[in-house]
Design a protein around this ligand. Structure first.
Ligand code: GUN
Ligand code: ZN
Length: 445
């Protein structure tokens, strides 16, 4: 083997091959063969790709004695985490007091998004945003820009510099928003098309057609979204659905002929395997069935749903209807960039629904599960040979309380659970993108 560009990372390693809790006869049952855990593991990276993962003792025996080894003792390596719904222009909207969705949009979010007409401003925030994600161990995200084409250009330029695999789209919105944030059906089509032609599959960048939600698009604009998806069948579609009761009532008023909220999008053929619907808290049975039939997915955003008072998503209901779902921060409605904190809040929301979200399932969702909903599991989300080497090194001793709790944990599940409930950006020792270290924590607290 050519060892010139080969590096071995030695630590505990957790890697999923499938869902650790598949549904059998309508019930989630633990499948221990769904994941690999190596207490003393070795991850071999060659030319930015995963070459091999296994027990350090076995792996090292197959490699030349002078191979470069990076040791992370008392650390856990997992694939880079994936966030399936986030708004980069809402960095400064985070922690805005007192409103639910519609007032929050009008009073805080829309004014903040107006600033992205200025490309220099957009670039500045895009760089801040990506650094924040990497600091939290998130290496891929499905991201909203603003209505401004240049906001997405700024984002992709910043992502390209870091070589991160990102999906982003220009928001399409032509009504029920301030004039300075409205485009037209034709302009939204032209700008989206031009961005797709330039950026989709350029390096690791991918494009998502992005009608904000049913409220802010006319019939003519939704037709343009449909046309884009027909012309470019391998791009993504991202939007919002059934997040808030006032929002839902407004949608029903605007689209009286639609069977329900999802049907608005369905009428324009916006459903499918690459379609991600954020929130979906208040969906009906028909909508669940339709999401299942079309292979569309729902993005669960617990910190946002709590912060905006939107409601408690029932993931068990989604599972019963075999609706694919992923997990996401939804910054700036969401309150943290950290997927660990997001999983912690997802656990609590699920408790409120009388159910459990296990630590294995949680970490599966943040990695391979989210990759699958984005149809990217042949590239990221696990340490399958040939996958892009995006990974995170988590520190079991990142804070005093984490360290104390870990010393009392007896099982892997207990240790992972403590990492999720007590972890945040301080738990991320290092983040690697395509085999290159892009974040190293300064010092421990
Ligand atoms: N619905 C439409 N736009 C938004 C947004 O920016 N954030 C959230 N949470 N919901 C939305
Ligand atoms: Zn959102």
């Amino acid at each position: 083997m050519n060892t010139q560009s080969t590096t071995v990372y030695r630590a505990s390693i957790l890697n999923f091959q499938s869902d650790p809790y598949p549904i059998v006869d309508g019930e989630a049952v633990l499948d221990n063969s769904a994941y690999q855990f190596y207490q003393d593991g070795a991850l071999v990276i060659e030319d930015g790709k995963v070459q091999h993962v296994g027990e350090a003792h076995d792996v090292l025996a197959t490699l030349p004695s002078d191979v470069e080894i990076v040791e992370y003792k008392d650390h856990l390596i997992i694939p880079g985490m994936i966030d399936t719904h986030i708004h980069y222009p809402q960095v400064e909207v985070i922690a805005s007091y007192g409103e639910q969705l519609m007032d929050w949009l009008n009073n805080y979010t829309f004014p903040a998004e107006g600033q992205f007409e200025d490309k220099a401003y957009a670039s500045n925030i895009a760089n801040f945003f990506l650094d924040e994600l990497l600091k939290c161990g998130t290496t891929t995200a499905l991201v909203f820009g603003t209505v401004h084409k240049q906001s997405v250009e700024a984002f992709f330029e910043a992502s390209e510099q870091r070589n991160t695999r990102m999906i982003c789209g220009k928001v399409m919105m032509d009504r029920n928003a301030p004039d300075f944030l409205c485009d037209t059906p034709d302009a939204s089509y032209d700008d989206s098309k031009s961005l797709i032609d330039t950026w989709h599959n350029k390096g690791r960048q991918l494009y998502a057609v992005t009608p904000r939600f049913a409220i802010t698009s006319t019939h003519e604009q939704l037709q343009k979204a449909e046309q884009l998806l027909q012309e470019y069948p391998d791009v993504y579609m991202q939007t919002h659905i059934s997040e808030n009761k006032d929002e839902m009532a407004f949608v029903a008023e605007l689209f009286p002929q639609a069977k329900d909220y999802l049907d608005v999008y369905d009428q324009y053929n916006l459903l499918g395997k690459r379609s991600v619907f954020a929130h979906g808290i208040h969906l009906n049975k028909r909508e669940h069935q339709r999401l299942h039939e079309t292979g569309s997915s729902v993005s669960f955003c617990p910190t946002s749903n709590l912060f905006l008072g939107s409601g408690l998503l029932d993931i068990q209901e989604l599972e019963q209807h075999q609706v694919a779902y992923s997990i996401a921060t939804d910054v700036g409605g969401g309150t943290s960039f950290s997927m660990l904190q997001t999983l912690s809040e997802a656990y609590k929301v699920t408790q409120m629904k009388g159910n459990k979200l296990s630590p294995l399932k949680s970490l599966y969702l943040a990695t391979l599960g989210n990759a699958k909903t984005l149809q990217l599991d042949d590239k990221i989300g696990s340490f399958k040979t040939g996958n892009e080497a995006d990974f995170v090194v988590l520190d079991f001793n990142s804070t005093a309380i984490m360290s104390l709790k870990q010393s009392k944990c007896k099982t892997l599940a207990e240790k992972l659970f403590a990492m999720i409930i007590l972890g945040d950006d301080r738990a991320v020792e290092a983040t690697y993108v395509a085999g290159t270290c892009v974040h190293k924590r300064d010092g421990k607290q």
